[in-house]
Design a protein around this ligand. Structure first.
Ligand code: ADP
Length: 421
């Protein structure tokens, strides 16, 4: 392409040349940890990443990795009293690499916020009204939203002039029709207490469903995808033409698939039974189902590598845990096949989905009649980016698509507040 106009770089000017700021700091604030990444959205490169863990303890850990100019990971332990101190530690680490928070190149801070309810359907620039709405959602996200709020308030105090953007885990699922989002309980009672299916891991489902379309050489609007996010927490979603139409997590992340420590689906009457007959309190049942169930409850381990190792040594409990995990997964694949009517791809992502060839193989074993199969050789390949593991010419693509929630949060933040928009 040729142009008669001089390029901006050769235009004489007294003004110093400046490029618009394009760095986005992504923050994921948990109750006792902060994870961060600094990205440059002018070329989607990663500049640094790190985390502060065990905040409030004497043995807090600060780990920082510069991702430019071959820097090495730095790690130190020692007391980090609170989130304020954690973000200051992060700021110091970034500054040591010349990437300080005072840099004019920093455009915005993007925050992962777990629960946005029905209200937040899009990434949103945070103001007082947004803060109070996130606060109003605490009863439905008692563990996550308070920590997310603390992260936002602390980051705002550090750079009050910067846009702070909330990217909600629930947002991608707000397109679910009422038929999928409502529980079949009394409507007035449900509405009075905001009881409905919200879904989580939305940032991952959004990223992976789009990346799967890209892998197939199609636009997101052209494909129907079942996304299986199998990490320690796990969820499935049915995505029609780029929009979520169903997902397996509900009011909280407890519903759906068998997870590392969570039960997933169960007859709700199990809870009354444990309270009435087992003498357990609501908090005890809550802890049982969220922390001592799933794979860990079934066999004592929640790491799929360890479970596979035990199975290879003939361990029956590990085998049963694996079989229950796979049985539930297959039920969701079948259910979402029926929800979508036509499926173009099944995408596996997150720690288990990206790494466990055995889980992928077992999840679609015997489903050739539905058009689903994995190719043994392709499925056994380890690592690499997004890739197909189904046989050549398969009716439905089975894919491994590494998730990248930080990139998705940075992209959404940049799309909202970047100069060119
Ligand atoms: P989360 O973000 O939910 O904590 P991840 O997506 O990081 O979880 O997944 C963590 C899980 O991934 C581990 O508990 C383990 O079961 C599984 N995992 C990680 N690496 C492997 C591997 N090589 N093979 C099988 N499973 C793996």
């Amino acid at each position: 392409m040729s142009s008669a106009r001089p390029s901006p770089a050769t235009t004489p000017s007294d003004e110093p040349r400046s490029t618009p700021p394009a760095r986005v700091l992504v923050l994921n604030s948990g109750s006792s940890s902060v994870k961060y990444q600094l990205l440059d959205m002018s070329d989607s490169s990663r500049l640094a990443s790190g985390l502060v863990e065990r905040i409030g303890e004497r043995t807090s850990l600060v780990r920082h990795t510069p991702l430019v100019s071959g820097g090495e990971t730095r790690e130190r332990t020692g007391p980090v009293a609170d989130h304020d101190a954690a973000l200051k530690a992060m700021a110091e680490e970034l500054a040591a690499d010349g990437l300080g928070l005072d840099s004019p190149e920093l455009l915005a801070i993007g925050h992962r916020v777990v629960h946005g309810g029905k209200y937040f359907t899009e990434p949103t620039v945070i103001d007082e009204r947004v803060l109070s709405e996130i606060e109003r959602l605490i009863p439905v996200a008692p563990l996550h939203n308070p920590a997310n709020l603390t992260g936002i308030r602390t980051a705002t105090a550090l750079r009050p002039d910067l846009p702070q953007v909330a990217v909600f885990d629930t947002a991608f699922h707000t397109t679910m029709p009422e038929s999928a989002a409502r529980y079949a309980i009394d409507v007035e009672t449900a509405d009075a207490h905001r009881v409905r299916r919200y879904g989580f891991h939305g940032t991952s489902h959004a990223y992976v469903s789009r990346a799967t379309a890209r892998l197939l050489g199609k636009a997101p609007e052209e494909v129907n995808v079942i996304v299986l996010h199998l990490g320690n927490g796990a969820s499935a979603s049915a995505v029609r033409a780029g929009r979520c139409v169903d997902t397996s997590m509900g009011l909280t992340p407890l519903e759906g698939l068998v997870m590392g420590t969570r039960s997933g689906d169960m007859d709700p009457a199990v809870i009354f039974h444990l309270m009435r007959v087992g003498g357990m309190s609501a908090d005890e049942v809550d802890a049982l189902l969220n922390k001592r169930s799933g794979l860990v409850g079934l066999c004592g381990d929640n790491d799929m590598r360890e479970i596979r190792r035990r199975i290879s040594e003939g361990d029956e409990r590990a085998k049963l845990a694996f079989d229950i995990y796979i049985h539930r997964l297959r039920k969701y694949i079948g259910a979402y096949y029926a929800v979508l009517g036509r499926v173009d791809a099944v995408a596996f992502t997150a720690g288990v989905g990206e790494n466990s060839a055995e889980v992928r193989e077992a999840a679609v074993a015997g489903l050739e009649g539905l058009g689903l199969a994995v190719d043994g050789e392709r499925n056994a390949v380890r690592g690499g980016g997004a890739r197909l593991v189904s046989p050549e010419g398969a009716r439905i693509a089975v894919a491994v698509v590494p998730t990248d929630e930080e990139m998705e949060i940075a992209q959404q933040t940049y799309a909202l507040v970047g100069k060119d928009n």
